[in-house]
Ligand binder design. Structure first.
Ligand code: GRF
Length: 191
């Protein structure tokens, strides 16, 4: 069943993208994926898109490390619009978006982050939570704004921190929660 048309952006292995595509295949969710776009040419997320028969596009990001060059960001807007995308879903996308994207898709870009925001924004949030001696962490789906992991919170899922947890064991448990939460939030958007 067709529905809200989403575009997924990623830079890495794409386990959240896979979870979303599987849930759409199995339960529809009221969504369809119009395109998957990566800023890394050999990102696993592009292979996953192809596996599911979804257009997979590599868009060169330009020379900056943490944001897109303006021309690249305009090309991203064009690619998403060209695919008819209504909701942009960031799934491990490692660049900060600026006004071309934020203006083109106001309140229509969401991200998933591996902590209970506003605690532990930024990189390797599970390590930050462990180092801070937290008993509970989790994941957050939030709107994307011009800051880093700072937009309005849409939904959260708690994950306990166990006494023997290491960064990899905690990260793995958070990612299981992410792969449940993100498709649920997308389904909510569709409703
Ligand atoms: C996710 O764990 C998410 O928390 C963060 O980036 C990671 C991407 O993983 N934003 P994957 O590419 O979806 O496997």
């Amino acid at each position: 069943m067709a529905g809200l048309r989403i575009g997924i952006l990623g830079s890495g292995k794409g386990s959240n993208c896979r979870a979303i595509l599987e849930r759409i295949r199995d339960d529809s969710l009221g969504a369809e994926v119009g395109v998957v776009i990566a800023d890394v040419e050999n990102a696993g997320i592009l292979e996953i898109a192809k596996e599911f028969g979804v257009p997979a596009v590599y868009l060169p990001p330009g020379t900056f490390r943490t944001k897109l060059e303006p021309g690249a960001e305009h090309a991203l807007v064009d690619a998403l619009r060209g695919a008819g995308v209504e909701l942009v879903v960031l799934a491990g996308y490692m660049r900060v978006l600026k006004s071309p994207m934020l203006d083109a898709f106001p309140h229509r870009i969401i991200n998933i982050h591996p902590s209970l925001l506003p605690k532990f924004p930024g990189l390797e949030a599970w390590k930050q939570a462990l180092a801070a001696g937290e008993r509970v962490t989790g994941c957050t789906v939030h709107y994307v704004d011009a800051g880093i992991d700072s937009g309005g919170i849409i939904a959260q899922r708690e994950v306990p921190i166990l006494p023997n947890d290491t960064p990899p064991s905690l990260h793995a448990r958070i990612q299981i929660a992410e792969r449940e939460l993100y498709p649920e939030v997308i389904a909510q958007f569709c409703r």
